[in-house]
Design a protein around this ligand. Structure first.
Ligand SMILES: Cc1ncc(COP(=O)(O)O)c(C=O)c1O
Length: 403
């Protein structure tokens, strides 16, 4: 038998053009070297008992077959109810919600449903690493606008943002509260951005999975007054009809492995997202949507406690990092710290990250994975602090060796 000569590329240009997730690779590296994992953003503490119990009951009650492709009625109703009290938005469960396999699927389904080849999508940089492959897979042309760190926190140049918009701009991706920088966009910034979306008839994809993780000033003490308010892009005047809110159970309820998320979008966009979602995945796990309906109905005190716990963790880890030589501010929201490593004299973030894992025993994410041009992040790393107090204390102890 003759072996046919291979004349075709077996791997698509799209798949060949991005790498495996560096964040998830760091989790594997951490396990290999027994490092404390401050890399990937998942809690190492238990998920809430009552939410887990509801999932177990749902399986026992036999909610084990396909759910309605765009989500179970009770979960969509719970999303409506929660969005009403939390954001003051009135949404229609029949036409404006699509339940997805995590916000990850929500974002890519949203982009595939709206963007045509060659259309531009603006992305603030540094960005959550999924947005780059999302752009490639949906044939979008990403246009980057820098978020820059200064004494007053992470800011962007308004002229640079305006210059990024043009007639080919289809959408902008906003991540607020922001991963990896911890920035929380102010109302004024969001109104500026909204003005541009309206002027250029662009859609805003807003990833709001950290909507309940916002902080007050460093050192005020957990639960003190001054905790920042979450503003959704869909609340800004004129934006509701051009906004796709991407959200999920993952971070708010500490169930990143469940893969249940949702998109809230106007009916025409929702209908397109539902079609893409149906053929990508059919639907999210049925029993976990049942538990999701329960989770979204938890009292407001659940969110206050979550906020207080994370604020306490932030107030512990940030001074530890600053003390051993990292240059960083205190995040305003989400559970990450993006830090400058110039002090340590390494040629780049990859070398430093390897050293940190192998010699110090702490895994982090190299800064370059949040930039389209690796050199821009070569003197930064990202820490996450959604970890048990004992994990953060163990990391703090190991960081002592950096002095
Ligand atoms: C900004 C952002 N969006 C989306 C995700 C993924 O969320 P999900 O588990 O809902 O897919 C993450 C996870 O770290 C994230 O940080």
């Amino acid at each position: 038998m003759t072996t046919p000569t291979r004349s075709k590329n077996r791997i698509s240009k799209k798949a060949a053009s991005f790498t495996e997730s560096v964040i998830r690779e760091m989790t594997r590296e951490a396990a290999k070297y027994g490092a404390v994992n401050l890399g990937q953003g998942f809690p190492d503490f238990a998920a809430p008992e009552d939410i887990k119990r509801r999932a177990q009951e749902a399986i026992a009650e036999d909610f084990n077959q396909y759910a309605i492709t765009w989500g179970t009625k009770d979960f969509r109703d719970a999303i409506v109810e929660k969005t009403s009290w939390f954001l003051g938005l009135d949404i229609d469960p029949e036409t404006e919600i699509t339940v997805t396999c995590g916000s990850t699927e929500g974002m890519i389904a949203g982009m595939m449903a709206t963007v045509d080849p060659g259309e531009e999508v603006i992305v603030f940089e540094p960005f959550y690493e999924n947005y780059a492959p999302d752009a490639i897979l949906s044939d979008a042309k990403p246009v980057h606008v820098a978020l820059e760190f200064s004494e007053s926190g992470w800011t962007f140049d308004r002229d640079a943002l305006r210059d990024a918009f043009n007639n080919k701009t289809k959408a902008i991706i906003l991540c607020n509260p922001n991963n990896p920088t911890g920035k929380v966009f102010t109302r004024d910034e969001m109104e500026f951005l909204a003005g541009l979306c309206i002027e250029f008839d662009a859609i805003c994809f807003t990833d709001e999975i950290y909507e309940h993780i916002l902080f007050g000033e460093q050192g005020q003490g957990a639960g003190d007054v001054g905790v920042r308010e979450h503003i959704s892009m869909a609340q800004i005047d004129g934006m509701r009809e051009r906004t796709v809110v991407v959200n999920s159970l993952s971070k708010t309820y500490s169930v990143t492995g469940w893969r249940v998320g949702y998109c809230i979008a106007p009916p025409d966009i929702s209908s397109a997202i539902r079609k893409v979602h149906d053929f990508l995945t059919v639907g999210a796990a049925h029993p976990l949507q049942k538990a999701g309906a329960y989770a979204l109905s938890l009292p407001k005190s659940y969110y206050t406690e979550l906020q207080q716990d994370y604020q306490r963790k932030r107030d512990f880890i940030v001074p530890v990092l600053q003390d051993v030589g990292f240059k960083c501010g205190s995040p305003e929201g989400a559970y990450y710290v993006m830090a400058d490593i110039a002090e340590f004299g390494f040629s780049d973030d990859i070398e430093f990250t390897k050293y940190l894992i192998r010699d110090i025993g702490v895994a982090v994410v190299p800064g370059s994975s949040f930039y389209h041009d690796a050199s821009l992040g070569s003197q930064q790393v990202r820490f996450c602090f959604c970890k048990k107090d004992s994990t953060l204390e163990a990391a703090a102890e190991r960081f002592e060796k950096l002095r």
